[in-house]
Design a protein around this ligand. Structure first.
Ligand SMILES: Nc1ncnc2c1ncn2[C@@H]1O[C@H](COP(=O)(O)OP(=O)(O)OP(=O)(O)O)[C@@H](O)[C@H]1O
Ligand SMILES: [Mg+2]
Length: 278
């Protein structure tokens, strides 16, 4: 299947009720205004990323065009070093691109100042990392609310309760991270990302440090935040089972998108990884 498509296009992708496929290069329908169905939550257009220069240059991204639909859960897979984290960091405004453009919602983030990027990340982007990154002296509730408080934003208690409910942490809110299991800690990190209602949550190997049961809990929660709250999630993973929770999987190799699957299962993901030689 490796020869199927170097850059995925809309023809391969069936529309889905909770988020529609987007073209890789266009963000608006021909002759019409952009609609919620066609404007991706975040998109890369012909993005390149080079680390270093001269003989030492590493071409981490080699012309990536991809859109991530609103209200959809997308997984990014590929061998170690294929550029997954680099792509995610560029999409999230954590790293700058060498060429091409990143568009987050209605904002072109390429060329933004550091200050603008900091505000954009604070207000519109959520992160979940492999290491849970919770503050040990704060309770679960305080950890969840900290970014909102630092940003001086008012906490919507109704929304907070709904998030806590979906995450299933109601009886754990007064516990500190050391009193929680790994899965519970990661669910706190997910709730922290979700409570700010970001446009996109980026998750880099969110289940990498978890056993399979806790990993399944976190993945189910991420999926319900997409289904029930309309959250948009982009997740990097090495695990075909984790990827099967997503609506769509895109595959990277050597800094390029080489394939994609819609409505993945662990078997179809594994087969595709094998056929791509990953
Ligand atoms: N700060 C950096 N300076 C130089 N090279 C870098 C830097 N960050 C990443 N790279 C290189 O860019 C390429 C892509 O790295 P990236 O971390 O995006 O891969 P990945 O797909 O996330 O891999 P993994 O699955 O191991 O996390 C690799 O060759 C890596 O060595
Ligand atoms: Mg990585």
């Amino acid at each position: 299947m490796a020869g199927r498509a170097r850059i995925p296009s809309v023809e391969h992708v069936r529309p889905r009720p909770e988020g529609v496929a987007v073209t890789s290069t266009s963000t608006s329908p021909p002759g019409g205004a952009p609609t919620a169905a066609t404007v991706p939550a975040v998109a890369a257009v012909e993005v390149t990323k080079v680390y270093g220069s001269g003989d030492a240059a590493v071409h981490a991204l080699r012309g990536i065009s991809v859109g991530f639909a609103k209200g959809a859960f997308t997984a990014i897979m590929g061998p170690s070093g294929s550029g997954k984290s680099t792509l995610m960091h560029c999409l999230a405004g954590l790293d700058t691109v060498s060429g091409g453009r990143i568009v987050l919602g209605d904002a072109e983030i390429t060329g933004m100042s550091d200050r603008q990027l900091t505000m954009l990340r604070r207000d519109r982007v959520g992160f979940v990392f492999q290491a849970f990154n919770l503050l040990p002296t704060l309770t679960a509730e305080q950890n969840i609310l900290l970014p909102m408080e630092l940003a001086g934003r008012k906490v919507d208690r109704f929304w907070f309760n709904q998030v806590v409910d979906v995450v299933g942490l109601g009886d754990r809110l007064r516990h500190r991270p050391s009193e929680l299991s790994g899965g519970q800690q990661q669910r706190v990190a997910c709730a922290r990302a979700l409570v700010a209602r970001p446009d996109v949550i980026f998750a880099d190997e969110p289940t990498g440090n978890l056993d399979s049961r806790s990993g399944a809990e976190v993945l189910s929660f991420l999926r319900s935040s997409v289904r029930e709250m309309g959250q948009t999630i982009v997740m990097v993973t090495h695990d075909p089972v984790a990827a099967s929770y997503a609506d769509r999987v895109v595959f990277l190799r050597d800094g390029q998108i080489v394939s994609e699957i819609v409505q993945p299962t662990p078997d179809t993901v594994l087969d595709r990884l094998k056929s791509l030689g990953a």
